[in-house]
Design a protein around this ligand. Structure first.
Ligand code: BG6
Length: 489
């Protein structure tokens, strides 16, 4: 396991929006695990900044309760007590300049000299720009006596124009090398592993292109509905919530060229090239749908047209992928939670069997299961034992759990917080990637809101989505795969 990187200076992690859900559910459990594994920089303090008038101890108690709930049986109370002494709270209003001056005084007093700082924007998005501006105004972005980095949560803008504006607001105060735009899918072990799988062995890369791959599918299915996030979600919808970031980032990892190194800019240059090469998507190659009952959710407009499911067919216009369709789908309230990427290979040119008429040519399929049963599966054909000409599809499976031997797979936020502390931005998205993704999504969203929008289909909660998505893929002579659970659908 990587240990912490050495730096003598104290480090302060300052979380804006500290009384929110993300801090409780993700950030604090991730920091606690890093602390337990001695991967946090020595002398790290965590300061929550938010409007609620908490005292340190009250804040710690609240966090303990939620961390214990999130971590479950393996929660170590004694370790938590040691960790909690590093947590502090400064009440303040994100819009009030004087509150930042108070925050700065508190932070400096604890640092007592040169120190590094990681800011985390876990506030509602409307507060990103004001927080950044005020941090700049009190000189908290300057790197005179240590590094200053800022992590920006998603959603990064609502469309291209607002994302460009947010990039301008950030760049007015922070330099690009200080900005870490988070997409937690990039922190998932299995998503990172796409690059290692492709570029750390030679076996698959030679067939990873249009000559051998006939289509690619990316599915991010969720079984939960929108729950208590309806106020945000009803404004966003599935394209902004899942496609602009997670699905397009997965696509970029699958489709990118080998980077010259794993350094942040080398990786991000290659991902940006892919995002820039995606052909504008035809409205007829999109499916929009909503699960039945969505409009009855509190905070959802009763006549809401927001899509909770989308399926797209798109093309990446590069030498490597010319003519290969990429099918992407994601939705809420589906039959199960499962995210995966599948590459379907071309069929062999001819079947060399005595009675080829009784067999059909079937393609090999490679599936990378992102979650929940993380692993890699390869489907290939073999002879049905005892028969002279029958074929049978079988799987070669790798499951992460087989090498973990009881250890847990680290949460994406652990990886990403650690990388930001270590100054490694390769798993964070750069300004140009964000904007390229919006350039693709904006026209689809506009078409969906315009007079010629494809119909909003209704699908049953707990199903695999609307019939239109099956029709979309059938038109290309294919079916959706469910590799993690059902390779032979
Ligand atoms: C978030 C979306 O970015 O990702 C949520 O805003 C979604 O709507 C979540 O539920 C899914 O993440 P995961 O890690 O549970 O697949």
């Amino acid at each position: 396991m990587e240990r912490r990187k050495t730096d003598d200076k104290p480090t302060t992690v300052i979380i804006f929006g500290a009384s929110g859900d993300l801090t409780e559910r993700k950030l604090i459990p991730a920091l606690f695990h890093l602390f337990q594994e001695e991967r946090l920089p020595a002398n790290t303090r965590i300061i929550g900044f938010s409007r609620r008038p908490y005292a340190d101890q009250h804040f710690r108690d609240l966090l303990r309760e939620s961390a214990a709930h999130t971590i479950g049986n393996s929660f170590d109370g004694a370790a938590w007590e040691r960790f909690a002494t590093h947590i502090h709270y400064v009440p303040g209003d994100a819009l009030v300049h004087e509150d930042y001056a108070r925050l700065r005084a508190f932070v400096r007093q604890g640092e007592n000299g040169p120190a590094n700082r990681l800011y985390y924007l876990a506030t509602p998005p409307s507060l990103y720009a004001p927080t950044v501006e005020r941090l700049g105004a009190v000189g908290m972005a300057r790197e005179d006596d240590g590094w200053r980095r800022i992590i920006v949560e998603k959603p990064f803008g609502h469309d291209l124009a607002s994302a460009q504006q947010l990039n301008r607001d950030l760049h007015a105060v922070f330099d690009e090398h200080q900005i870490y735009r988070i997409d937690h899918y990039l922190g998932k072990e299995t998503a990172q592993n796409i690059l290692f799988f492709r570029f750390a062995s030679l076996i698959f890369e030679p067939v990873w292109d249009r000559r051998y791959v006939s289509s690619v599918q990316i599915t991010v299915a969720e079984s939960v509905g929108v729950g208590h996030r309806a106020r945000y979600y009803d404004q966003a919808g599935v394209l902004r919530d899942m496609f602009q970031n997670h699905l397009l980032q997965l696509l970029a990892l699958v489709a990118m060229e080998p980077p010259a190194s794993f350094n942040a800019d080398a990786v991000r240059n290659e991902k940006a090239k892919v995002l820039g090469a995606i052909r504008p998507v035809l409205p007829s190659d999109t499916v929009r749908a909503q699960y039945r009952g969505y409009c009855n959710t509190p905070d959802v407009a009763p006549d809401s047209q927001t899509a909770t499911y989308a399926a797209l067919k798109l093309y990446v216009d590069t030498w490597r992928w010319q003519g290969v369709p990429f099918f992407l789908r994601s939705g809420k309230a589906l039959a199960e939670k499962s995210s995966e990427v599948s590459l379907e290979f071309q069929c062999p040119p001819r079947l060399l069997l005595d009675d080829a008429s009784t067999c059909s040519l079937r393609s090999n399929v490679l599936t990378i299961c992102i979650q929940p049963d993380e692993g890699i599966h390869l489907k290939f054909e073999m002879k049905e034992p005892g028969s002279s000409s029958e074929l049978r599809s079988v799987d070669m499976d790798f499951h992460y759990r087989s090498i973990l031997r009881g250890r847990r797979l680290p949460d994406a936020y652990e990886r990403l917080l650690l990388d930001a502390l270590n100054g490694d931005a390769s798993l964070f998205t750069r300004a140009d990637e964000i904007e390229l993704a919006w350039r693709l999504i904006d026209p689809i969203q506009q078409a969906w809101e315009g007079p010629d929008a494809p119909p909003l289909e209704i699908y049953e909660a707990g199903s695999w989505g609307p019939e239109g998505a099956n029709a979309l893929i059938r038109r290309s002579g294919r079916v959706w795969r469910r590799g993690c659970c059902d390779h032979l659908e």
